[in-house]
Design a protein around this ligand. Sequence first.
Ligand code: GLV
Length: 322
Amino acid sequence: MSALAGGQAVEVVALSRTFDLCRIFESNADVALRVVRPDEVVDPARVEIALAWMPEERAFDAYPNLKMVSSIAAGVDSILACPSLPKDVVVTRVRDHAQADLMAGFAAWQVVWHHRRMGDYITNQARRSWDRSFRPQAPGSVTVGVLGYGLMGRRCAMAIAAMGFRVLVARSSVPTTPEAPLDGIEIIAGPGAILSVAAEADILVNVLPLTDTTRDLLDGNFFAQMKPGAALVQMGRGEHMVEADLIEALDGGQLAGASVDVFRQEPPAEDHPFWSHPRIMVTPHKASDTTPAEILRQVTENFSALREGRLPPGLVNREAGY
Ligand code: GLV
């Protein structure tokens, strides 16, 4: 059954303080990996793989022979930030094209939402008001900025460009070999790229990974450099944004609206101001999802590669943070 252990399922320890990972993965018990809770591990010294999401601070201490820590998602910020993560362990993340397509659909939907002022129609419907006065600009004269150019950013940019918008992407790394241009997408690369794109965007989509450089990026100073009347689609990580500064930017008229899918604390408290703000659309960290079966398939693939001395396809650059 298992390509990993010559017929015996490999034990994978589940380390999360927010999710019961064993429950999430229990219906996939027929695959080569057996996901177990720390208290079910027979011999911690034999555990080579951990599946993690928001691990406890000392979560990794008990496993002296860990080889690979796999995120259950595309993001790895909570794993890399964990103080007990061993220095030499390989970290992998999910790279799922279907998830990237979901992300792209969400981004495209929110871009259209702001472009066509859907919030106004909802208000008008509640008042039974047949108001046809709003005339949207042609998509070609609307600039949509996308922050991030990994698997997710690329798919978002392509989906938005396919609707005719002008798409401007910020990527932090300058490609070392020339890349074929993508139709309708302009790329700005390098350290100043994020602010240059933000300054030109009518609608700005954030899909950056959370790193020391991007934490608290979306603050009052950043919003002040955006185009007056622009909209923000925040689908990166909650810690990218100083939440009080978004309220100020909206209430002060600098920004016209925002869609927020990720929060500093999830779920946000019942009295969090975003819930009731008339210019914010709140969604519960659902811009995209992958499946337990796909996660385990990728863990198997990554670990097989590691054992055979190949680069795991989901390998994370620990220094870069993604
Ligand atoms: C979701 O937040 C992910 O990191 O995939």
